[in-house]
Design a binder for this molecule. Sequence first.
Ligand SMILES: Cc1ncc(COP(=O)(O)O)c(C=O)c1O
Length: 406
Amino acid sequence: MSTKLALDGGSPVRTKRWPDWPVFGEEEERLLVEVLRSGQWWSVGGRRVPEFEAGFAAMQDAEHAICVTNGTAAIEIALRALGIGCGDEVIVPPYTFIATASSVLAVGATPVFADIEPTSLNLDPAAAEAAITDRTKAIIPVHIAGCPADMDGILDVAARHGLAVIEDAAQAHAAEWKGRKVGALGDCGTFSFQASKNLNAGEGGAIVTNKEDVADKCWSVHNVGRTRAGKWYEHHVLGGNFRLTEWQAAILLAQMRRVPEQTERRTANARQLTTALGSIPGIRTLPPDARVTRHAYHLYVFRYDPSGFGGRSRNEFIRALGAEGVPAGAGYVPLYKEIVFQRKSDGIGPWCKAGRDVQYRSVRCPVCEEVCEDAVWLFQTTLLADEADMADIATAVEKIRQAWSG
Ligand SMILES: Cc1ncc(COP(=O)(O)O)c(C=O)c1O
């Protein structure tokens, strides 16, 4: 192997392709053609959406699932169904995709950021509790990267303060907390089936719950305020058209059957990576939590310490890794630093005037800020490769370390 970095003109550790995504075959084709020929492309009166809803609810140990257009809409619908709106506050972590907080704004409520834990990168229950005010109505823990949040801690805080819990499980299909699948551990949970997700239909989303009344309300909100037993032109609550199509359900039915094997493969590869990367100075892998009985590994995240790499920055490291043939990313910035929040005082955006005037420019979540500086993301598609490919990743990291630590 060349010791000269690919970034500096050396030959890369690997030129082999990573697995293609999405993975599909005859079953997806068969189900799609069947929907095409049936002429039943709409979920109303269709059978594929209800069939997928039943299967997905079972997959997530939930009694009910309602399919919706995407994971962002799923959170918004869940909030509406739980009666959260103008003037209310919802506690969210800042280490997540914008949708976790923007959907709170979309219903007129105020997102309040509470810091994350340095080990799981998920909402810290103690920080969430400290952020509660008399306006707080709900907590949205996010199972980031596919790693379940501390649901014991979050549910305990929520129960003591009478708050609703919506799990943002957009990245956590098949993930498990103490033997139970995520999503219906709190009041309800939301999923995304967007193209990058471990279960994907290009776009799509779902809400799961064990509570029949919550399921019925979500169903109404997603179907322009209708009720399941009501007339077509009879609108009981303010909703919207958030219905999925039969096309997406057909793809999802076939894709769902692939999830167990793919999850196993990612888990085995993640284990191997943790062993291999864990012994490299300057790399910190995330410690496992015994209560996480299944990590979905939408992402494999590790932390980078420049002191092990001759002081080179995390972003230089990611570039070097990419040049060696290993795709990696830097991930999120603390969500409150996004322009939409920083420019709140300029009056841009649908800020509910009834809410507490949270000044996002003065929010500080130190753990999140540190993680946003030093995290390195590997993607779920990379984890679908084989053992030798995982060894390549560790080889590339070690090659960069040796080149830079001189
Ligand atoms: C944590 C999280 N929440 C919500 C969403 C929103 O899902 P969608 O893209 O389907 O709207 C995503 C998608 O990236 C996400 O990662």
